[in-house]
Design a protein around this ligand. Structure first.
Ligand SMILES: Cc1cc2nc3c(=O)[nH]c(=O)nc-3n(C[C@H](O)[C@H](O)[C@H](O)COP(=O)(O)OP(=O)(O)OC[C@H]3O[C@@H](n4cnc5c(N)ncnc54)[C@H](O)[C@@H]3O)c2cc1C
Ligand code: SF4
Length: 328
């Protein structure tokens, strides 16, 4: 059952940050994840602060450096259908189009997508696991077929966001607003790779945000010449579903040779996981079946599967290999 909570519909960023300073407050964007968390008793806020009315957080626009700005309240549907994103950042278009269902893409925001809470079934269920402040990770001895093969321990959840995987591959940055003490309202800028926090650093949180901080925008760097990108998601059903494994590729080619490579995996670790060994396996090479297979093998060399999720190794290996051949 939901507890009672106060509700603030913020009319300005300053008002939102002030309201978030209340003990037990939490931020509400599209609400597609937050309301489920409250309903399931994972969160019991004293105050819910809606930022939905802050127009300055909506929309997609060009940046002076040739890159793009995506306001945090831009819906996932708008990201998926944006022509400038499709033209220059195909990996993000494809990842956004693969999120959930049309209804959820219309209501869910990109800021909420990267900040959504874990989907581990023990966490979402009635289990006082370590991520809720308890002593145990139930996935270790329990049902762990959907859990982490990279970066797990002491919690083994996998980050559920599709767009975050593409954004890490694109080397996006996030603008974050907070009170003067933690960052001026104009915002601090962080690389998205430094935004996520692994369970070995903090088992209670998935990112660096304090409760009174708000992601205001996502910045995409200008695309370099010769860059091609793609996102491939493996899921149990072709209807809406979270990734069992996914691969975001951003490759720069000179003639047909790979000069720079970013390979990022989703559905496999507590944050989008860079397959650095696979990236190295591509540099200076033309992609053919042998090179793609070697990169697929390199992508899983650091994996530590759990009892029931060894199948993810083949999924990652195959998805990397197939994505590389398709992109080349
Ligand atoms: C049935 C179902 C299937 C789904 N399938 C997928 C899927 O396949 N792939 C996928 O990627 N996602 C999937 N999702 C997740 C969905 O995409 C997210 O719920 C949605 O993107 C969250 O956006 P929102 O605006 O509704 O966030 P909210 O629900 O409002 O917020 C989510 C969390 O992020 C925080 N937050 C939101 N915005 C900000 C901000 N600007 N700054 C700081 N914190 C913020 C909130 O406090 C809250 O903790 C699924 C969800 C459901 C319910
Ligand atoms: S994987 Fe994490 S969220 Fe899931 S039961 Fe273990 S500690 Fe809890």
């Amino acid at each position: 059952m939901m507890n009672n909570f106060a509700y603030t519909k913020a009319g300005s960023m300053a008002e939102a940050i002030k309201a978030l300073n209340t003990k037990g407050a939490c931020l509400h964007a599209g609400g597609t994840d937050l309301l489920g968390c409250i309903r399931d008793g994972i969160l019991a806020p004293s105050r819910v602060v809606s930022i939905a009315g802050l127009k300055e957080l909506k929309g997609i626009s060009a940046r002076p450096d040739g890159g793009l700005r995506i306001g945090a309240l831009t819906t996932i549907a708008e990201v998926a259908s944006s022509a400038p994103i499709r033209d220059k950042y195909a990996v993000l278009t494809q990842a956004a189009a693969d999120v959930a269902s049309p209804q959820l893409r219309n209501q869910g925001t990109i800021g909420g997508n990267i900040c959504q809470r874990p989907r581990c079934w023990y966490y979402r269920g009635d289990f006082p696991c370590a991520r809720k402040g308890g002593d145990l990770c139930y996935a270790v001895e329990g049902e762990n077929q959907y859990h982490a093969i990279f970066g797990g321990g002491p919690c083994f959840f996998v980050h559920p966001s599709d767009t975050a995987v593409a954004l890490v591959a694109l080397q996006a940055q996030l603008a974050i607003a907070g009170p003067a003490a933690t960052g001026p309202a104009a915002g601090k800028i962080v690389k998205i790779e430094e935004f996520f926090v692994g369970p070995d650093k903090n088992i209670l949180k998935e990112n660096i945000l304090a409760t009174n901080e708000i992601v205001t925008e996502i910045r995409l760097p200008p695309p370099a010449a010769g860059v091609r990108s793609s996102y491939r998601k493996v899921r149990a059903r072709q209807a809406w579903d979270f990734a069992l494994a996914s691969v975001a590729l951003v490759l720069q080619f000179e003639n047909q040779t790979v000069s720079r490579a970013r390979i990022v995996l989703g559905g496999t670790g507590p944050f989008p996981w860079r397959a650095v060994a696979a990236e190295k396996a591509l540099i200076g090479k033309r992609i053919d079946a042998t090179v793609a297979a070697a990169a697929g093998t390199a992508a899983i060399e650091d994996a530590s599967p759990m009892r029931d999720n060894g199948h993810k190794l083949q999924m990652v290996q195959g998805a990397v290999e197939e994505s590389l051949l398709a992109l080349a």
